[in-house]
Design a protein around this ligand. Structure first.
Ligand SMILES: [Zn+2]
Length: 233
């Protein structure tokens, strides 16, 4: 018997939500739903003149790609549309989920949460906020690299990671993400994160979703344990 479960991890860039989502996916057999990958996949595969019409408004996907490149969040309505399409696809496959970084905004939350609630049930949706100071966010992101093959994030929070040139998991080369991790871009993303996340958390609480909080400045293992505790409570 498989109990339904959706875990939603919220946190600033560099809070390790991707790493934690990967660990949770392995431990609890969840589908790792990574919004940034879905956005990246969609912006990169968009043709020059591709557009989508949502609520009678036309959005050009080449504009979304430009937002994405410069570190500004993509249009919430478009992201929400991409995300909901993916949820429906996964629902068809009967999968439980761990979601990192979605919904990002109040508008996305209002669109996505009713759908998730309908598919999985409110009591089976666990939201965990991973907290990180501004200094830590900037420090971590400036040093962040990913592997070329699988995009494993290498958060250089320890000295030995800074010396790595290849992915410890698959041996592929470590690279910096183009444009996304420059200090200016990080500051823009952090400001956006703060402005948009606060009302989202208020919305979750008002709607009666369980929202837990975990200190993201601890070791990966400790953060993981704290998240598991939150999920089971
Ligand atoms: Zn790798």
């Amino acid at each position: 018997m498989n109990k339904k479960l959706v875990v939603i991890l919220i946190g600033p860039p560099g809070s390790g939500k991707g790493t934690q989502a990967g660990l949770l996916a392995d431990k609890l057999n969840l589908y790792y739903f990574e919004t940034s990958k879905i956005i990246e996949h969609n912006v990169m595969s968009a043709g020059k003149n591709d557009y989508v019409t949502l609520d009678r408004k036309k959005y050009f996907l080449s504009h979304e790609r430009e937002f994405w490149r410069t570190g500004v969040l993509c249009t919430p309505a478009v992201v929400s549309w991409w995300v909901q399409n993916k949820f429906k696809e996964l629902d068809g496959e009967g999968k439980n989920l761990v979601i990192a970084g979605s919904p990002r905004t109040l508008d996305e939350g209002r669109e996505v949460m009713p759908l998730l609630k309908r598919l999985y049930g409110k009591e089976n949706i666990k939201i965990v906020e991973i907290t990180l100071s501004a200094e830590q966010t900037i420090w971590r992101n400036q040093r962040r690299r990913i592997c070329e093959l699988m995009r494993h994030p290498i958060l250089s929070t320890r000295k030995e990671f800074l010396r790595l040139t290849h992915c410890p998991l698959d041996g592929s080369k470590l690279i910096k993400r183009k444009g996304l991790d420059s200090p200016e871009s990080i500051r823009v993303r952090l400001k956006e994160y703060k402005e948009r996340t606060f009302p989202l958390i208020q919305y979750f609480k008002k709607e009666g979703f369980g929202v837990g909080k975990v200190n993201g400045e601890q070791s990966v293992e400790k953060v993981f344990k704290d998240i598991l505790k939150q999920i089971k409570s």
